[in-house]
Design a protein around this ligand. Sequence first.
Ligand code: IPE
Ligand code: IPE
Ligand code: MG
Length: 242
Amino acid sequence: MEENKKIPQHVAIILDGNGRWAKAKGLPRNYGHKQGAKAVEDILVVARDMGIKYLTVYAFSTENWNRPETEVSALMMILRQYLKSSIKKSMKNNVRCQVIGERSKLSSDIQDAINELETATAGNTGLTFTIAINYGSRDEIVRAVRKIAAECEDGKLKPEDISEEMISNNLDTANLPDPDLMIRTCGEQRLSNFLLWQCAYTEFYYTDIAWPDFDEKQLQMAVDAYGNRNRKFGGLKNDSEA
Ligand code: IPE
Ligand code: IPE
Ligand code: MG
């Protein structure tokens, strides 16, 4: 293994398998979600200590509303508690927190908790932690296109002046670099509508471990795998080819 291992600047994670993890133990799915929230708290500190600057997690998709009402409300309760308890911990850990996704569909107290958390932690510099809630990449792109189209309609912008950078800057992730590494747990190998535009050149890592069991060792394995990848961005970056 190389001495100077490359650390991904931005790691995105599709937290998957809470339900299967609980079911395998004969426990209710919602117990899996609770343990999943704990695993997020723990991995945040591990990621910061590894030198990762941005961590983005997929907590609730625009499609997750299709789950049974009891599961949706349990997830919302866990998110509510997570957001509220995060202020103190984030201040202690120097973590800046933000939420991406469409907020208007969330209950007003969750929207308030998001605003409070974002405001309180805005000055923290250790790691930027982004939680995707009611997030869908297609929805995000539609919202961005609408904003840009409105500027065209107002005569402020010409269609031919629309650039890739402008699109990136109108996404919810405007203040984030594109992810270097995307991790998905529990065996599935798909994006499920997460960061479609942003993952154009992201490295993917899949593991069979269910999210509640994803710990420091697991993250280290993913980061090591990333360190051994040869990112080429369409060019010829391999030493032997240069
Ligand atoms: C991930 O675990 C959490 C959310 C999607 C909210 P799942 O709930 O998807 O767990 P599985 O995939 O059913 O096991
Ligand atoms: C993706 O997981 C969404 C989140 C992790 C929040 P899902 O479990 O909802 O995805 P699918 O349905 O298996 O694609
Ligand atoms: Mg799942």
